[in-house]
Design a binder for this molecule. Structure first.
Ligand SMILES: Nc1ncnc2c1ncn2[C@@H]1O[C@H](COP(=O)(O)OP(=O)(O)OP(=O)(O)O)[C@@H](O)[C@H]1O
Ligand SMILES: [Mg+2]
Length: 294
């Protein structure tokens, strides 16, 4: 065991960023879990390794559609100063200038989009056919970007406001790439008995070119449903943090920090769901992913 002795650059809700050299960084995914934008007081064992394994899988699978920041998730490619503790939970990546937009693609009417549609018949100004039900598949996937808030909740944007933020040409590129990745991911997961309801991508620029950064098509950034449990008009149980959300809802927690600890069963159940998500999506055994015991 040895700690990271690279210069620390950023601490996110889930990830720690370290500088390797001017062009490359080490992104380390912790076992922290955040729900409703609050980081919880307990860790989910192996969550960081699952997120790294799944992102690595998807970065490789989607490479033909869009560039991404991944250089390597193989610990033997990391500088020695990265230490052995990060094996399995770290990615060596190209340092990018983050685009100030969270790029969301939705194939199903759910969550905040469903709420907005019930109130206005639109999703942030994007008109949809009348009479759609909760969790219903959309005629075509839609792009519903939000701001990338440093603190608190990301805010939804109309096409016009989002285009004004990043420039109209960049906006068109971001929309095309996000929808292409979503459609690819949805088609792949459908073959594995899963529905990819929606997902959020982050982009950055390297030498003026767009690359996908951060994580890709993980349960933290996406909503996965088991196809066998999916019914239009209902709220299907999802692969993401449903265990955790349901627990806090059931104890009537208002999610104002500090929130109480989770019971062991909720932690174990959530870990199992993350591992299951990786194995079902990728078809690989999680036991063969990198770890610091090798
Ligand atoms: N290749 C990269 N170059 C520069 N920044 C990156 C790169 N990859 C990821 N990042 C940034 O690292 C941070 C990772 O932190 P983390 O995933 O914990 O998220 P966060 O910022 O707290 O927010 P969110 O929960 O919305 O993802 C993000 O701000 C992301 O934009
Ligand atoms: Mg993130």
């Amino acid at each position: 065991m040895s700690r990271v002795s690279l210069p620390h650059r950023y601490s996110g809700k889930v990830r720690e960023l370290y500088e390797v050299d001017p062009d490359r960084m080490l992104v380390v995914a912790s076992d922290r879990v955040s729900v409703f934008d609050v980081v919880l007081p307990d860790l989910i064992p192996d969550k960081g390794r699952v997120l790294t394994a799944l992102s690595t899988f998807w970065f490789e699978q989607t490479r033909h559609l869009v560039r991404n920041h991944l250089v390597s998730s193989d610990p033997t490619d990391f500088p020695e100063t990265a230490g052995s503790e990060v094996a399995g939970r770290a990615m060596l990546v190209r340092a990018a200038q983050p685009v100030r937009l969270e790029c969301v693609a939705r194939g199903y009417l759910f969550g905040s989009a469903w709420s907005d549609y019930q109130d206005t018949g639109t999703v942030m100004g994007r008109r949809l056919p009348a009479g759609l039900a909760q969790a219903e598949a959309l005629p075509d996937p839609i792009f519903t970007p939000t701001t990338k808030a440093d603190e608190g909740h990301d805010l939804p944007l109309s096409d016009a406001d989002a285009a004004a933020l990043v420039g109209p040409d960049r906006y068109d590129q971001l929309r095309e790439l996000t929808l292409a990745v979503y459609k690819f991911g949805a088609a792949h997961t459908a073959e594995r008995g899963l529905i990819l309801a929606d997902t959020k991508l982050e982009f950055g620029e390297v030498d003026g070119e767009l690359v996908v950064i951060d994580e890709l098509l993980t349960p933290d950034s996406s909503r996965y449903w088991g196809a066998d449990q999916y019914r239009v008009g209902t709220s299907p149980p999802s692969f993401d943090k449903q265990y955790v959300r349901d627990h806090y809802l059931s104890i009537g927690c208002d999610m104002k920090p500090p929130v109480p600890h989770m019971p062991e069963g909720v932690i174990a159940g959530t870990r199992a769901r993350y591992v299951e998500a990786y194995e079902q999506v990728s078809g690989y055994s999680f036991d063969s992913w990198y770890g610091d015991d090798e």
